[in-house]
Design a protein around this ligand. Structure first.
Ligand code: F3S
Length: 417
């Protein structure tokens, strides 16, 4: 890489050992990916915030950095931790994990991060604009900001995100550059899918697309209505789970895809697929679901972390009813959204019905395997993909409405199409 005088000075340690260490990591990364220079970044989002991810090695690294005076130099938010800091006993999270997560929190805060503990930083506190260069690592947030906002980031690994935050720069490669943002695979949708499947279309489509494209940039054509913010969120999160997708285009609806030609950057797709209603229905029932309709002992909503609109929907659907004795209804969100939902009256309705709100973590990030749940119903593609490994559950993939019914009756059933 060609280094400026400032890059060389940072590498030499003139701004302290944490910056020098971060520069060594980033320079090596840039060399591996063929970057020619560094570019400034304005925001970071750090995934090494969870004890499940960092473990003792992460704590040791952060302790050393803090002792050496490390400070982030751009707005830097945190992904969920491994506990709900206020209610970890309610969710039977182990005391040892809680203590180490609190230590992680102290160390990260000492470096000057904004302690958001959420996977949807683009709702609050860390909202980039079109074309802004940022350095993020949470896969569902990376795919959202690249695709829906048109900001630019690669899908960073834990600790690389912190190196960017400490230096305020990243090597210029991958999705920072126009050529990597061109669509690689084309998906042509049958008309009428939104009408037929409602919100469940988006995580299902994301799940199927991610499995086919790996780390490509899919172009989706045929959505007649602009997806809502939550629909985009569910689409990208599923795609980034079954594949390592970091960016997608929806022709006519995302900022870098006014036309199919623009989305493909004038190129030809490596492959083209047609997706029809039958394939979506089969994916819901056979590919994403691993349990047949029947008894469920956990209903998990809020992946990525629930928005205010989603909490309003859950409250409307469950108002005046009660979660079955045989079932738990767990909803993950951030403390910022929870605070607003409290004031808006949604959380009181949900709690009255027996729902439990997990704040700042989720069923995938937290050590919850000890519960012995067998079947989990969810409306989220990312939960459906990761929860079996983390919780040892089978999945019943349902619509949001069907999930609330499952929580109330203890039985997961699909409504007839
Ligand atoms: Fe967020 Fe957990 Fe889903 S971190 S994206 S709620 S798996």
């Amino acid at each position: 890489m060609e280094l400026t005088a400032e890059d060389r000075s940072q590498l030499a340690g003139d701004q302290g050992e944490p910056v020098a260490l971060a520069m060594r990591v980033l320079t090596r990364l840039g060399d591996v990916y063929g970057a020619e220079r560094f570019i400034p970044i304005t925001r970071a989002h750090v995934v090494g915030s969870s004890y499940q991810i960092c473990g003792e090695a992460g704590i040791a690294i952060y302790e050393r950095l803090v002792a050496q005076g490390a400070r982030v130099r751009v707005t830097t938010t945190l992904d969920p931790g491994s506990i709900d800091f206020d209610h970890w006993r309610q969710f039977a999270m182990p005391e040892h994990v809680a203590q180490r997560q609190v230590r992680l929190k102290e160390l990260l805060e000492a470096m000057g991060v904004v302690p958001t503990w959420n996977c949807t930083p683009y709702y609050f506190a860390n909202v980039p604009v079109f074309n802004e260069r940022v350095a993020w690592s949470e896969s569902s947030a990376v795919v959202f900001v690249n695709s829906v906002i048109g900001a630019r980031t690669n899908r960073l690994a834990a600790y690389v995100d912190l190196c960017a935050a400490l230096t305020g720069k990243m090597p210029d490669f991958g999705l920072y550059r126009d050529e990597a943002r061109r669509g690689t695979h084309l998906f042509l949708l049958e008309p009428g899918l939104e009408e037929r499947f409602g919100m469940q279309l988006y995580p299902t489509l994301g799940y199927l697309v991610g499995q086919r494209v790996g780390d490509g940039v899919p172009v989706i054509e045929g959505l007649e209505r602009t997806p809502s913010l939550d629909a985009f969120k569910l689409l990208g999160a599923a795609m980034a789970s079954t594949g390592s997708v970091a960016m997608y285009h929806v022709v006519g609806h995302t900022p870098e895809a006014p036309t199919r030609e623009a989305a493909l950057g004038g190129g030809t797709p490596r492959a083209t697929w047609r997706i029809d209603a039958e394939e979506i229905a089969r994916a819901v029932e056979e590919r994403i679901s691993t349990a047949p309709p029947g008894a469920v002992d956990l209903v998990a909503l809020g992946c990525p972390h629930a928005s205010l609109d989603q909490l309003a929907t859950y409250a409307r659907l469950i108002a005046g009813r009660r979660v079955a004795d045989s079932t738990r209804l767990w909803i993950s969100t951030s403390f910022m959204v929870a605070e607003l939902a409290e004031r808006a009256g949604y959380l009181p309705v949900l709690r009255q019905a027996g729902a439990e709100i997990i704040v700042g973590t989720c069923v995938v990030n937290a050590p919850l395997a000890g519960w012995g749940f067998r079947v989990m119903a969810t409306d989220a593609g990312k939960f459906a993909y990761y929860a079996p490994a983390n919780l040892g559950v089978k999945i019943l993939f349902l619509t949001t409405e069907e999930c609330i019914e499952a929580a109330v009756t203890g039985q997961g059933r699909r409504r007839p199409a």
